[in-house]
Design a binder for this molecule. Sequence first.
Ligand SMILES: [Mg+2]
Length: 294
Amino acid sequence: MEKTKKTILAVDDTETNIDIMLELLGEKYDVIVALEGYTALEIVKENRVDLILLDIMMPKMDGYEVCRRLKSDESTLNIPIIFITAMSDEKSIEIAYEAGGDDYISKPFKPLELLARINTQLKLKELIEHLNYISSHDEMTKIYNRRKFFELGEKRFEENSENMYAVMIDIDKFKNINDTFGHPAGDKVIRLMAKTVSKLLLDDAIFARIGGEEFAILCSYPSHEVAAQSMEKIREAVEDLEVTSDDGKSIKFTISQGISKRTQETKNLDELLKIADVGLYEAKHLGRNRVVFK
Ligand SMILES: [Mg+2]
């Protein structure tokens, strides 16, 4: 069953404050508590936390520092942080926002105000997550879109130079499929093809729809042979697929692929993809439904 309750982490070195928050929030939310900053950071690493209520004055590590660390880590940066503190001077508030805090409430807080602000921050977080999703995924196939492919791919290219391969894929004679069976059938072909390829790739592969019927993969394999075999397996799997048009006709389709391997001379991702594209062009020229390694 899907979890419906959101999880709030309450961080305060005074136990009475924690008790008040538990009393107020315990029914509506799952509340995890931490009495100091380091514990809070550990908890965030190991649990899905939707929002953090953070005290400022704490021994060892203060709330500002906890906030800075969470906001500088990509995996925790989107968790809203509301400072709840007795420090209500303007300077403290300024530092809290500079540290990356999303909201600020002075103690003693008004319960209904705190609940309302929590609600607002949770709604904002959901909206941001939704926007992030739609700006990075292809609507039809749910795999990455072109923009996200280049964002992730360029990062991967910087970080990792070992055994990197790029693959360009194109659905053969796709225009014919659309013209003969209609666009809904063409869409089915694209969706099924993307789903099939996704399943056959390793978890760390970056797979995206980069154009109408064009796809790209950035992946690692231990050797040239394994990379080629894996793409051959994908080609065969697609060849076995079948979709049915709206008027009940069976449609078979194939893909062509070009693969390139990154070498010491490969300057950037664009170049790696261009070489794969040359392979793709050759695969088309040689009669389609094949893999060409460049
Ligand atoms: Mg304190």
